[in-house]
Design a protein around this ligand. Sequence first.
Ligand code: PA5
Length: 446
Amino acid sequence: MEKRIDLNVSHVYGTVPRIDIDAIKPEAEAGLAHVLNGDAAGNDFLGWVDLPSRTTEGLIDEINVTAEILRLSCDYVVSIGIGGSYLGAKAVIEALSDSFAAYGHGKQGPHMLFAGQNIGEDYLAEMLDFLKDKKFGIIVISKSGTTTEPAIAFRLLKELLEQQVGKEEASKRIVAITDAKRGALRKLAEEEGYKTFVIEDSVGGRFSVLSPVGLLPIAVAGFDIDSLIEGAQDMQRELGKISPDNIAILYAATRNALYRAGRKIEIMVNYNPKLHYFGEWWKQLYGESEGKDGKGIFPAAVDFTTDLHSMGQWIQDGERTIFETVLSVEKTELELTIPEDKANLDGLNYIAKLRVDYVNKMAETGTRLAHVDGGVPNMRISIPALEEAYLGQLIYFFEIACGISGYMLGVNPFNQPGVEAYKRNMFALLAKPGYEKETEEIRKRL
Ligand code: PA5
């Protein structure tokens, strides 16, 4: 691998000395061994570990062909899904897209829209109104095939599409990604004759971005899923062995050392607005994997320098329970220098002729020093560029480090029992058949 993402943890040593991190590295190594050997809790959900190397050219081709069919027949494609069936694709597409693509700027393919990630009536009504006279298709993604949010969105959008183009044409423009056998979506897809892709039983939602769940929307958006997978394969080779250079071991050991030293909140920081949704994806990955049994680092995310003008005060000066992990993109895609201005009324001539990114990098360095001085330990992940291969590396790195870190915390990183509580109450309040007793009980509490 010529270039790769890298991790620097030297700016945490003021809070946890290197020796403390080294001391718990054997725990991280044991965590990696559990992930690789499948001999600990949650071992029936480890299908993602060798997913990159198991992804065949045949599958990539099938996804690309399906994407091309949607690209040719639609101006808009709605990806319906929530949580792990949404955030990975959204994160990669945002990271690679022109910031103004929605307004017709940059490379154009069908526009990707997202639904089923909320139950916003206005959001859905506006989407239906917007699409009513547009050529659109649907990718509906739900591993369980029973999740309420995407099911509502799919029912509405399917009805609109069938009204617009007829049932037969609609069934050609709908692709379902779901469990191999079970679930309402599988049954519906078979009955309606939709093209389908399978989410393997052993790949949990939040670990599924490198499966068809993420790959199909990313391919429809016009990005190179082959390179994304190649990047992940590079990391699979590199991080799948216990070695002193293993950055997943280093990241997991460092964040757990910080947690044990009272740092309960990790803030994922980016200095590139295109990485906003990468922070959202990371929050789900770590939040759902680690937050259980009364334990877990709270994952938060901010966009700098934007949020230095909102959260900056808290981070610099608030309760010292945080640490930050910075995603730093080394090279921008485009170049822009700050112009000289004769009048210099804004006093900016001292940075005239400098690249905007240089100013951004100085903001990053200055902020790191200020935060470290203010008692905020800082880790830095450098990404050579926002390109498919490096995003593939980053995704796999965070996934494997998450498994290691969860085992270090002493939790099962691959279940999410806490997600069921709100669903139970919502179903009871909606009087879902089968929830009669819960409905009676919850109504007494209102
Ligand atoms: O990580 C997870 O397992 C969850 O976030 C799921 O992805 C999310 O709840 C959506 O589930 P499903 O794909 O079954 O609709």
